[in-house]
Design a protein around this ligand. Sequence first.
Ligand SMILES: C[S@@+](CC[C@H](N)C(=O)[O-])C[C@H]1O[C@@H](n2cnc3c(N)ncnc32)[C@H](O)[C@@H]1O
Ligand SMILES: Nc1nc2[nH]cc(C(=O)O)c2c(=O)[nH]1
Ligand code: SF4
Ligand SMILES: [Mg+2]
Length: 240
Amino acid sequence: MKIPVLEIFGPTIQGEGMVIGRKTMFVRTAGCDYSCSWCDSKFTWDGSEKDSIQMLEPAEIFDSLKEVGGNKFGHVTISGGNPGLLKQIDSLVDLLHQHQIEVALETQGSRWQNWFTKIDDLTLSPKPPSSGMKTNFTTLDYIIERLHKEQDGHFSLKVVIFDQEDLTYAEQIHERYPSVTLFLQVGNDNLEANENESLLSDLLEKYEKLIDRVMENKLLKDVRVLPQLHTYLWGNKRGV
Ligand SMILES: C[S@@+](CC[C@H](N)C(=O)[O-])C[C@H]1O[C@@H](n2cnc3c(N)ncnc32)[C@H](O)[C@@H]1O
Ligand SMILES: Nc1nc2[nH]cc(C(=O)O)c2c(=O)[nH]1
Ligand code: SF4
Ligand SMILES: [Mg+2]
């Protein structure tokens, strides 16, 4: 069963969340059921790169990972778009595991797939109000319940923060799922910037402000505050 792929790149460091800093390859699938106002990967769903989508069998993705990353990696992150839309990723996960490669997933938690239980590092990133999206909590509850019961690996929540309303949303998430590790991530609202110096100082300031606000917050006690590390190093560059 073929998988729609837009990018295969790495090895690079995982710039976000629960395995930040980890050496990993990326497979970026095409298509998303959301359309976040600030999405940094709009090309996966806005039609602008529909002619570049490759329909690949899991074995072809594995070959391509080897071609790009040689034998320098032991971890692959599947992101998108929303890879959670694709039932056929199941056999890619199995194939990677057969080769002793660990697998991470980035998804917003809007759809369940049975193969989620096999993911080693699963990030659920529900979207705060600034995105313009609305969380279906029935679905998110279901996903988190099934992961608690059936997942072999680890999972966490990651909420991107742009403003005070987003922080209130993060409080609700933390209160609803107190036992799930929660990461708060600095939002990048400067997606057009190609001058890294000013983007960096801007993002550093945002990181510091977010830290200040979270430190003062009485409801957000057991949380981790992180930058989107790859943007601090390489700005809005693709494929890193
Ligand atoms: C591009 S998304 C793809 C995976 C999945 N659709 C999701 O949203 O979780 C990967 C991660 O990047 C985050 N992200 C997207 N745009 C961002 C931005 N402008 N600033 C900070 N994080 C962003 C998302 O919230 C998500 O956690
Ligand atoms: N280095 C790096 N880390 C990332 N973490 C999540 C990413 C994503 O776009 O899903 C991403 C990405 O595109 N690059
Ligand atoms: S859910 Fe993820 S890929 Fe989809 S629009 Fe939002 S940030 Fe972008
Ligand atoms: Mg990204």
